[in-house]
Design a protein around this ligand. Structure first.
Ligand SMILES: Nc1ncnc2c1ncn2[C@@H]1O[C@H](COP(=O)(O)OP(=O)(O)OP(=O)(O)O)[C@@H](O)[C@H]1O
Ligand SMILES: [Mg+2]
Ligand SMILES: [Zn+2]
Length: 509
C-alpha cells in the first residue's frame, strides 16, 4: 500500500494542501516524481536519497513513484523534501504510519539530513489549523513564525533523524510557543525623530493627519526643504498594528522568504522606499512563480516614493490598481495570483525641473513646457488617488538654527494611536482598519456633515471643481481630522482643513 504524508504548498501568500503519496516496487533503481513538480521538486529526489543514507538508514535499490496531489495545483519549492523522505521511510516500514497522519509536514533537506527553512510557514500553519490537523512538523527556524497560529501544535525539527525519532515515539518535541504579546508589541525604537525637524508645522500636521487615517500624501517643495527628512521619520509616528494586520503582513514577508531566522509576527508597520529605477515587476510583484513586490511588502505600512517624477511612467501607472483596490493581481499562463497591497503612499517631488518654482529666494527659469512635461510624468488619475497634497516651502537657514526642537515623535504617535483606536471601534469587524480604507457606502454612513460643514464643502466643490473621487477623499480626511480632535461629528473647521490639503486641485484652477 502506498505511504501517504500530508504537506502544503504556497500559492501566492496562501497555503494549499498537498498529499505526498509514495509507492515502492522491486526493479531497477529509479525515482519518478509526478504531479506537476517544478525543477526544485524534481531535484528533491537526489537530496532525499542522500539525507536518508546520511541519517543511517538503508536506501535499497527500488523503483519509486512519488505523486504530489492534487496534480492540477502548481507546486513549487523544496518544502516537499521532508515529507517525501518520511513517506519513503514509511513505505519501507521504518516508520509507523499511524502518527504521521495527524501532521502536516514541510521542510527542505540538506544532503547530511539537516532540515532547512521554508517560505510561507505561517500560511501553511493557518492551513493546517483550518483543515483540523493536530499539528505541523516544520524546520525549527520557522517554528516561531508558525506558532503565532493557535490551536495547532507547531513542532520544529532540525534533522531528519529527530523527526523520525519523534514519529517513533523515541524523541519528545516541545511545541513552539508564540512570543507573548508584550514581547511583540513593545514600541519599536527609531534612531531618528520628528523633534529634529524644525518649523514646517503645516507639513508635519499634514503628515500626522495622513498617519492617523492611513491617507496617501504627496509633498511638494524646493530642494533641501526637508521632504525626505520628514518622510523618513513617518515610521516613528505610525499607529500600532492590530493582530489581524500583523498576521496579514507576516504572511507576505513569510511568502517572500524575508522573515529571517526565528522571525515571528511582524508587528511593526513596514516602510518600503524603492529606488526610482525599480521595475514594474519589482514594484507590483513578478517572476515565473510570482513573488510579492514592493507594494505588497508595504502592506499595512508605508510605500515611500522619493523624487516621484523620476520613476518611469509605466511603473507609476501600475500603482493605480493597488491604490484603488488594495491588492494586485498578477496573471500568468497557469494562474492569476492576488497579493494584498493596502499601503499608505508617501511621495515627494519638486514643483518644477529646477526645483525652485514659487520659491521667494530663487529664480525658476524653467520654460512652461518643461514644467508641463515634468508634471505630465505623473498622470491625473494617479494624482487624483493621492488624498493629501502639501506644499513644503524652504526654511531659511537662520530661522532653522534659531527655532527650538520640534515635537517628539512619541507625543505625535500617541495622538495618532488615539485617533486610530476610534476608527477601529467605528469600523467594527469590517476587516478595515482606518478611515482611508472606507468605500462609498461606509463614507456615507460615517462621514455625515452638519449643515454648517455642508456649506463649506459645497462652496469648495464649486470653486475647485473637485472630482467625485476627490470629494470622497475630502470627506475621509475630514473624518480623520475630527477623530484627532476627539469630535464625534465632522464640523466646519475639520472640512476646511481637509480642503486645504487639495492644493493641486486648486492649482488646476
Ligand atoms: N525643517 C528642518 N529642520 C531641520 N533640518 C532641516 C529642515 N529642513 C531641511 N533640513 C536639513 O536639510 C537637509 C536636506 O533636507 P531633505 O533632504 O529632507 O530635503 P528635500 O526636501 O528632500 O530636498 P530635495 O528636493 O533636494 O530632495 C536635511 O538633511 C536637514 O539636515
Ligand atoms: Mg529629498
Ligand atoms: Zn524651475
Amino acid at each position: 500500500m502506498p505511504a501517504k504524508v500530508h504537506s502544503g504548498s504556497l500559492i501566492g501568500i496562501d497555503g494549499h494542501p498537498v498529499e505526498v503519496e509514495i509507492d515502492v516496487f522491486p526493479g531497477l533503481p529509479s525515482v519518478v516524481v509526478v504531479g506537476l513538480p517544478d525543477s526544485a521538486v524534481k531535484e528533491s529526489a537526489a537530496r532525499v536519497k542522500s539525507a536518508i543514507v546520511n541519517s543511517g538508514y538503508p536506501f535499497p535499490s527500488r523503483r519509486w513513484t512519488v505523486n504530489l496531489a492534487p496534480a492540477a495545483l502548481k507546486k513549487e519549492g523544496s518544502g516537499f523534501d521532508l515529507p517525501i523522505a518520511l513517506g519513503m521511510l514509511s513505505a519501507l516500514e521504518f516508520l509507523p504510519s499511524d502518527r504521521l497522519k495527524d501532521y502536516v509536514v514541510v521542510g527542505e533537506l540538506s544532503l547530511d539530513g539537516r532540515v532547512k527553512a521554508v517560505r510561507g510557514a505561517l500560511s501553511i500553519a493557518l492551513m493546517a489549523k483550518e483543515m483540523g490537523f493536530k499539528g505541523l512538523i516544520l524546520p525549527d527556524v520557522n517554528a516561531a513564525e508558525a506558532a503565532v497560529v493557535e490551536g495547532v501544535e507547531v513542532l520544529g525539527v532540525s534533522t531528519l533523524l529527530t523527526t523520525t525519532g519523534f514519529l517513533m515515539g523515541r524523541v519528545q518535541i516541545e511545541p513552539a510557543r508564540a512570543p507573548t504579546r508584550s514581547q511583540t508589541t513593545d514600541g519599536p525604537y527609531y534612531p531618528i525623530d520628528f523633534k529634529e525637524i524644525k518649523g514646517q508645522e503645516y507639513a508635519k500636521r499634514a503628515v500626522e493627519v495622513a498617519a492617523a487615517g492611513g491617507h496617501n500624501v504627496l509633498m511638494i517643495g524646493p530642494p533641501g526643504s526637508g521632504k525626505t527628512m520628514i518622510s523618513q521619520r513617518i515610521p516613528s509616528i505610525l499607529p500600532e498594528t492590530v493582530f489581524q494586520e500583523a498576521v496579514e503582513t507576516t504572511k507576505i514577508y513569510s511568502a517572500a522568504g524575508l522573515l529571517g531566522r526565528n522571525g515571528s509576527l511582524v508587528t511593526t508597520r513596514p516602510f518600503r522606499s524603492p529606488h526610482h529605477t525599480v521595475s514594474d515587476a519589482g514594484l507590483i510583484g513578478g517572476g515565473a512563480i510570482p513573488r510579492p513586490g514592493e507594494v505588497s511588502l508595504a502592506h499595512n505600512g508605508v510605500l515611500f516614493l522619493d523624487e516621484l517624477p523620476e520613476f518611469r511612467k509605466n511603473v507609476l501607472e501600475v500603482l493605480r490598481q493597488p491604490l484603488e483596490d488594495g491588492h494586485v493581481t498578477i496573471s500568468r499562463a497557469q494562474m492569476a495570483l492576488t497579493f494584498p497591497a493596502r499601503f499608505m503612499l508617501v511621495a515627494a517631488m519638486n514643483p518644477c525641473p529646477c526645483g525652485y518654482r514659487g520659491d521667494p529666494k530663487h529664480r525658476c527659469g524653467c520654460p512652461s513646457l518643461a514644467i508641463q512635461r515634468y508634471w505630465g510624468k505623473i498622470s491625473g488619475p494617479l494624482l487624483d488617488r493621492i488624498d493629501i497634497h502639501v506644499d513644503v516651502p524652504s526654511v531659511a537657514w537662520r530661522d532653522l538654527t534659531a527655532s527650538p526642537d520640534g515635537e517628539p515623535s512619541q507625543v505625535i504617535r500617541e495622538r495618532v494611536n488615539r485617533a486610530r483606536t476610534v476608527q477601529l471601534e467605528r469600523l467594527g469587524n469590517s476587516r478595515l482598519y482606518c478611515n482611508a480604507q472606507m468605500g462609498s457606502v461606509l463614507i456615507k454612513e460615517h462621514c455625515k456633515l452638519g449643515p454648517d460643514s455642508v456649506g463649506v464643502l459645497e462652496r469648495a466643490v464649486d470653486r475647485l471643481g473637485l472630482s467625485a473621487r476627490a470629494y470622497h477623499r475630502v470627506l475621509k480626511i475630514a473624518r480623520t481630522i475630527a477623530d484627532l480632535d476627539h469630535s464625534a461629528g465632522i464640523r466646519s473647521p475639520h472640512v476646511a482643513e481637509a480642503i486645504q490639503y487639495r492644493t493641486l486641485d486648486r492649482r488646476v484652477d
